[in-house]
Design a protein around this ligand. Structure first.
Ligand SMILES: [Zn+2]
Ligand SMILES: [Zn+2]
Length: 208
């Protein structure tokens, strides 16, 4: 009797050589818990979800046939959408015109919302411009990020300050927005100095 009790039993599931959980339970720890979880001893192939949200907030889409999909069959949805929008390439960075390909380029969310993968919210940037852009702030109000949108185009305050026809700095644009000006006014309204200079200049011309 004592001999029988001490005899080590092994898991009765075929192919498994682990020790049984106990004498009365004929399966190993792993199979015991698997049965408790799944109600069966074999592994259930878990069905992959069509969309999952990455830990950084990006959306992944299950599309194993896509040229840009990763090993598990997922592709970043913003890359998938941008690929349909722009095609194979090679492309140029929208900010500095540098040559970029799908192995080097970054797909930028213009309004900074990582889940807004509408084609018009995506553009292609080189790594340098994208990293640089992340440091730029878009006008914030009540802790919310508000894109500065003029004529349907969204840019950061830094980018608007560099825009043709803008005579003010990024700081001025933000100060103006905070004072309640519309984005168009904040970016394109002439400075008081500029106006007085122009006026003075005209006056001088008139005096001549
Ligand atoms: Zn087992
Ligand atoms: Zn660039």
């Amino acid at each position: 009797m004592a001999l029988k009790r001490n005899k080590i039993k092994y898991c009765t599931i075929s192919g498994c050589s682990k020790k049984a959980r106990s004498n009365s339970i004929g399966v190993c720890e792993m199979h015991y818990y698997r049965f408790r979880r799944n109600g069966r001893y074999d592994l259930i192939a878990r069905k992959k979800k069509e969309f999952i949200v990455h830990s950084e907030g990006y959306i992944l889409h299950l599309n194993p046939d896509h040229i840009l999909s990763e090993k598990r069959g997922y592709i970043y949805q913003h890359r998938e959408v941008a690929y349909s929008k722009y095609g194979d390439g090679p492309h140029n960075c929208e900010l500095c015109n540098k040559n970029i390909t799908w192995s080097t380029l970054h797909v930028d969310h213009i309004d900074n919302a990582r889940t807004n993968n509408a084609p018009e919210n995506l553009r292609l940037l080189c790594q340098r411009c994208n990293t640089h852009r992340k440091k730029r702030t878009i006008y914030q109000r009540n802790g919310r990020t508000i894109p500065i949108k003029i004529g349907g185009i969204i840019k950061s305050s830094v980018e608007w300050a560099e825009n043709d026809g803008c005579q003010v700095s990024r700081g001025t644009i933000i100060r103006r927005l905070k004072s309640g000006m519309s984005p168009k006014e904040a970016v394109f309204k002439e400075t008081r100095n500029h106006i007085s200079w122009t006026k003075k200049h005209k006056d001088i011309n008139r005096e001549r």
